[in-house]
Design a binder for this molecule. Structure first.
Ligand code: LCS
Length: 407
């Protein structure tokens, strides 16, 4: 990767990670194999002992998967990537590497619902203590730190409230207490936010979202910053076993080639959608990091280079009006997930964040009326026209129109 060092991220998306393969294909071929043969018994033993480099078994390493890992590591400016079978597998593997029984984690309240459940209900069964805080409140983070705190975990912007955490400031606090910062950079992708430059130690991604971008793969990635972190993470992934298969790796790597183009379009369109919603008389409030009305807009502009694709809002008619609107979209899909080329709309309290329970949602400011839209790359006027007709449904009896788009 030495020769890629001076390339901008727009070039890295296309070129990083691609190795040299038999017959010189310009992209990595799909090594759809579970196991690799040895030249001799001694060669096999030598690979297992780490005396020689080479492939053994695809859970332990595969050239197609490795190409993707190198690509994402280069985009994030990290030392290595570890491709996982889902975003949740990446989060679990990362936390299992860094935490043991008796340790303590400080976790942001505004995170993807199952992440909160993993920390509060599953890691706790393994003896890991947790404190959930609003990480945008630096005093609260400082107060939550204990002598046994090993990890501060956060998303910024948080899913789905889009609350922004000052990553550099939280990293300073964590490091002063000997803890590492793990950040889920899914909502921004390395195009819009580079957490290692702000002090984070480990980055996780749901590849399912922007990096793949085409709603056809579930995957995850851990990126470590330093060489010395690598061995323990790889060992944990290899033993927990939640790796990403070669075909999925190929698809994600293919998707990443257009990541910076897509992110530019997502940001432009999401800003227009956010402004449209903010001007609509049926809308109570809108959250989007680039709007002047966002309470942490200043920090957002300091650490991000775009507002992303996700817009959250609430209607004056509350949950019932929100449901009516979601039932009436025709171009936008009524589906969970985000970051794909297609616009998707969903209801966090009833869907993505249902597993957290009402108290955890209240703590994270996820109101029952909050609706989340992931703005895709369709013509933004078509997206706004769809939202406009769906909002009109909230005040008139429209019948139940059949969907013409996705979902
Ligand atoms: N991190 C974030 C920020 C996420 O939004 C998600 C999934 C995950 C991790 C987990 O990734 P997965 O295992 O699904 O690849 N978020 C979803 C959402 O908001 N709607 O559906 C899934």
């Amino acid at each position: 990767m030495e020769d890629l060092k001076n390339l901008s991220v727009d070039s890295l998306v296309v070129h990083a990670g691609i190795g040299k393969y038999e017959n010189h294909p310009v992209i990595p071929p799909i090594y759809q194999v579970s196991t690799f043969s040895f030249e001799s018994a001694n060669h096999g033993a030598s690979l297992f002992a780490g005396r020689e480099k080479g492939y053994i078994y695809s859970r332990m390493g595969n050239p197609t998967v490795e190409a993707l890992e190198k690509n994402v590591a280069a985009l994030e400016g990290g030392y290595a990537g570890l491709a996982c079978g889902s975003g949740m597998a990446a989060i679990h593997t990362a936390l299992a590497t860094l935490l043991k029984s008796g340790d303590h984690i400080v976790c942001a309240d505004a995170v993807y619902g199952p992440t909160c459940t993993l920390v509060e209900s599953i890691l706790s069964q393994m003896g890991v203590e947790s404190t959930i805080v609003d990480t945008s409140d630096l005093e609260a983070v400082e107060k939550a730190m204990r002598p046994n705190t090993k990890v501060v975990y956060l998303e910024s912007p948080g899913n789905p409230t889009l609350v922004i955490t000052d990553i550099a400031a939280v990293s300073k606090i964590a490091h002063a207490h000997g803890a590492e910062v793990v950040i889920d950079n899914t909502f921004m992708s390395p195009i819009l936010q580079q957490p290692f430059k702000l002090g984070a130690d480990v980055i996780v991604h749901s590849l399912t979202k922007f990096l793949n971008g085409h709603a056809d793969v579930v995957g995850g990635m851990i990126v470590v910053k330093r060489e010395e972190q690598c061995y323990e993470f790889r060992k944990m992934l290899n033993h927990l076993g939640g790796v990403l298969p070669p075909f999925e790796s190929f698809l994600v790597h293919r998707g990443i080639k257009t990541l910076s183009l897509r992110m530019k379009r997502h940001c432009e369109s999401a800003m227009k959608v956010a402004q449209y919603l903010e001007s609509h008389s049926a809308v109570e409030w809108v959250r989007y990091p680039w709007l002047d009305s966002h309470p942490q807009q200043e920090i957002a502009k300091k650490q991000m280079s775009g507002g992303g694709a996700v817009v959250s809002f609430s209607l004056k008619g509350g949950l019932e009006a929100g449901k009516r609107m979601m039932n009436c979209v025709r171009l936008c899909g009524l589906a969970v997930s985000l970051g794909g080329v297609e616009s998707l709309i969903q209801h966090p309290a009833g869907m993505t964040h249902a597993s957290m329970g009402p108290e955890a949602r209240k703590r994270a400011n996820i109101t029952d009326g909050l609706v989340r839209i992931s703005v895709g790359v369709e013509d933004v006027d078509d997206i706004i026209a769809d939202l406009d007709q769906a909002l009109a449904c909230t005040t008139s009896d429209c019948g139940s129109p059949a969907k013409v788009g996705v979902g």
